[in-house]
Write a protein of this length. Structure first.
Length: 63
């Protein structure tokens, strides 16, 4: 599944895992993207939507 939100465009971000000994190793932070059916323009469409957009009400789930 694509780790990119179709609504806000949120995607993967790179950073570091920092150990207790302050060693830095590369890692990626992935958004919580769900594949859901969305009511859009009077029809149901499957979209990849992050949970932040779902919770804030930017999209409405299809019934």
């Amino acid at each position: 599944m694509a780790k990119r939100c179709d609504v806000c465009g949120k995607g993967r971000v790179s950073g570091h895992t920092v150990s207790h000994a302050v060693n830095h190793t590369k890692r990626t932070f992935k958004p919580n993207v769900q594949k859901i059916r969305v009511a859009q323009d009077g029809r149901n469409v499957r979209m990849n939507v992050c949970t932040r957009c779902l919770r804030s009400g930017k999209v409405t789930k299809a019934i």
